[in-house]
Design a protein around this ligand. Structure first.
Ligand code: NAD
Ligand code: LMR
Length: 338
């Protein structure tokens, strides 16, 4: 009897602490461009995420194979593959989070803006479908140029009457991932402990890592900070050149995309204090969209946090990035309204 009561005391203890009774909510995540260089490893990582109950893999081609492959992994989510425009509605219906890595990547010598002509149309079409089939989903935009594709998405949603600035995110997590890695190397601190906010946008000088706010603090020389800043700004180009015509970052981007989607899911599920940098509609500067720290919650971007104190070098970087970032934002808005 005493054993029995000890067991039931243990069980009620577990129940009170929520282990046994609070089910993880059902969450559907759709990946658009799921058969691509980013899409495949991102689909794998989302299949490993226990917060996902339904994983919807969409592309214009190749998704039946990717979905069949990923679906054999013995984790929580159901997996379905959708191929071609006629299946896009089914892929999107009921989605809580839609991740968009659809579109062409850079080759050496290209800027992200050189992708605009192809990717702007792809993003516009996909966002038109999102407005129709899952207007309440959180949208994680990966397709480049992010500085323009996010404003395009916003305009498409405004026209459809579904726009909520809290639900649209440009994924700049890879810049943060890079800044952390490069900083840890120079500061000789464990990379897992490092935090570095990265603000602005997602292209060249518009990427502004705030190493003055990096933790753990390290007294790095100014020339080291400049080199770290430049390497973070050119991180994408470093990979494009190393891949020598075979595309841009896919594996590190899949990791970064999975990290950001996980933060969105945690926010939706009510986990407190989920903060990530993202390119969102913003009042932090005079620019209508800007990347900074964002607190994620049940409605998406619950709070867009300010920049905090900047070094003189960062203040200068901020002024330099504004004209280029504004031009990219305006280009996206103009395209969407043509
Ligand atoms: P990829 O060519 O390997 O894959 C792109 C996929 O998109 C392909 O499978 C293609 O079939 C699919 N696609 C094309 N049109 C589509 C449509 N209308 N609907 C659905 N899917 C469609 O390219 P990738 O290396 O995976 O890169 C994808 C995008 O991500 C590029 O624009 C790249 O610049 C961008 N990117 C962004 C970041 C970031 O930090 N935000 C990082 C890396 C890459
Ligand atoms: C990146 O930062 O790696 C991506 O934006 C891809 C690119 O074109 O650099």
């Amino acid at each position: 009897r005493s054993l029995h009561s000890a067991v039931s005391r243990g069980a009620s203890h577990l129940t009170r602490r929520g282990y046994a009774t609070e089910p993880v909510p059902e969450r559907k995540v759709a990946v658009l461009g799921a058969a691509g260089g980013i899409g495949q490893p991102l689909s794998l990582l989302m299949k490993l995420n226990p917060l996902v109950s339904s994983l919807s893999l969409y592309d214009i081609a190749g998704t039946p194979g990717v979905a069949a492959d990923v679906s054999h992994i013995n984790t929580r989510s159901e997996v379905a593959g959708y191929q071609g425009e006629e299946e896009l509605g089914k892929a999107l219906e009921g989605s809580d989070v839609v991740i968009i890595p659809a579109g062409v990547p850079r080759k050496p010598g290209m800027t992200r803006d050189d992708l605009f002509n192809i990717n702007a149309g792809i993003v516009k079409a996909l966002c038109t479908a999102i407005a129709k089939y899952c207007p309440n989903a959180l949208v994680n935009m990966i397709s480049n140029p992010v500085n323009s594709t996010v404003p395009i998405a916003a305009e498409v949603f405004k026209k459809a009457g579904t726009y909520d600035e809290k639900r649209l995110f440009g994924v700049t997590t890879l810049d943060v991932v890079r800044a952390k890695t490069f900083y840890a190397g120079k500061a000789k601190v464990p990379v897992a402990d490092v935090n570095v906010p990265v603000v602005g946008g997602h292209a060249g000088v518009t990427i502004l890592p705030l190493f003055s706010q990096a933790t753990p603090q390290a007294n790095l020389d100014d020339d080291v900070i400049k080199a770290l800043t430049k390497r973070t700004q050119d991180g994408g180009t470093e990979v494009v050149e190393a891949k020598a015509g075979k595309g841009s970052a896919t594996l590190s981007m899949a990791y970064a995309g999975a990290l950001f989607a996980d933060a969105c899911l945690k926010g939706l599920n009510g986990v407190p204090d989920v903060v990530e940098c993202s390119f969102v509609q913003s009042n932090v500067t005079e620019l209508p969209f800007f990347a900074s720290k964002v607190r994620l919650g049940k409605n998406g971007a619950e709070e867009v946090l300010g920049l905090g104190p900047l070094s003189d070098y960062e203040k200068h970087g901020l002024e330099i990035l504004k004209p280029e970032l504004l031009a990219s934002i305006e280009k996206g808005i103009k395209f969407a309204n043509q």
